[in-house]
Structures are given as C-alpha cells and as structure tokens.
Design a binder for this molecule. Structure first.
Ligand code: ATP
Ligand code: MG
Length: 139
C-alpha cells in the first residue's frame, strides 16, 4: 500500500548556490506539505550510513565525500502517492536526462551534484525520515 510520505534532502550544491528557497517553493507549489525540516551538515560517517545501500557502487566514496562537504536541508514531505509524485517532480538522476520543469533540470549541476534526493520506495522513505527526525520534530 502506498503511504503519503516521502523524504528529501536539498544537497550541498543546491544549498551552496542559494537554491533552498526556489526548491522549497517548487515543492510547495506541487502540493507537498512539509512535515519535518532540518538544516545541518552530515559527517562522513552519517553520510556513509545514509547511503549504505550504495556501498558497492563505484561512486560511493565520491557520494559520501560530496554529501558531507557542506550543509544540507532534510525534509519529510506529505502528499497522496508522495514517493512517486516526488520522483516525478525531481526528474532523472542525471540532470541532462531530466524532463523540462523538474527540480534537477532547473537546479542540478551534474549526476553527482544533482540538487536533491528523493526516496525510492515507501519503505525507504520511512527509514530515511527516521534517520533524521524524532517524533517530536514532526508536525
Ligand atoms: P537519490 O537517491 O539521491 O534521490 P537517485 O535515486 O536518482 O538519487 P541513485 O541511483 O539512488 O539515484 O544514486 C544516489 C546518488 O548517487 C545520486 O543522486 C547521485 O548523487 C549519485 N550518483 C548516482 N549515479 C552516479 C554516478 N554515475 N556518478 C556519480 N554519482 C552518482
Ligand atoms: Mg536513490
């Protein structure tokens, strides 16, 4: 059964380029409600833990370095069919292949520095939200 929540991070490239406001506006305009939000920098250990599913991929080291290189914004979002709807809004992993009007098409620099994360399943949305937020931090 699809749940109505997903998890996103605004990644260090987008934060560094002052795109937080623009990205949050696109998210709100697409009908997502913000349930929880945090502005912070990941340690290498926490970035490695968050992306542990990718630890066998060739770009894992680069990904962990990059995701701990600057501040990120972590957000839990709510909308009907949230995981699929949010993946549609962000576009393909590689911004050169992302559809027009998607967040990655507009704001991402490269396949590695691709502006935002979006959960790929309901199960991972739950795990990723729990990685960052306690019950008291959700509204
Ligand atoms: P995310 O999980 O961040 O939403 P995604 O689901 O679109 O992205 P994944 O395959 O889960 O893509 O890859 C996780 C992240 O690893 C990508 O967002 C990107 O930052 C990085 N990545 C993926 N493929 C590459 C690659 N070929 N080279 C460098 N970095 C990559
Ligand atoms: Mg992914």
């Amino acid at each position: 059964m699809a749940t109505n929540r997903t998890f996103t991070m605004i990644k260090p490239d987008a934060v560094g380029n002052n795109y937080i406001g623009g990205i949050l506006k696109m998210i709100n305009d697409a009908g997502f409600k913000i349930i929880a939000m945090k502005y912070m920098q990941l340690t290498k250990e926490s970035a490695g833990g968050f992306y542990a599913v990718h630890n066998a991929r060739p770009f894992y080291g680069e990904l962990v370095e990059y995701m701990s290189s600057g501040a990120i914004v972590a957000v839990i979002l709510e909308k009907e069919n949230a995981v699929a709807e949010f993946r549609k809004l962000i576009g393909a992993t590689d911004p050169t292949k992302a559809d027009e009007g998607t967040i990655r098409k507009i704001y991402a620099k490269s396949i590695a520095a691709n502006a935002v994360h979006g959960s790929d399943s309901d199960e991972n949305a739950q795990i990723e939200g729990d990685f960052y937020f306690s019950k008291l931090e959700r509204f």
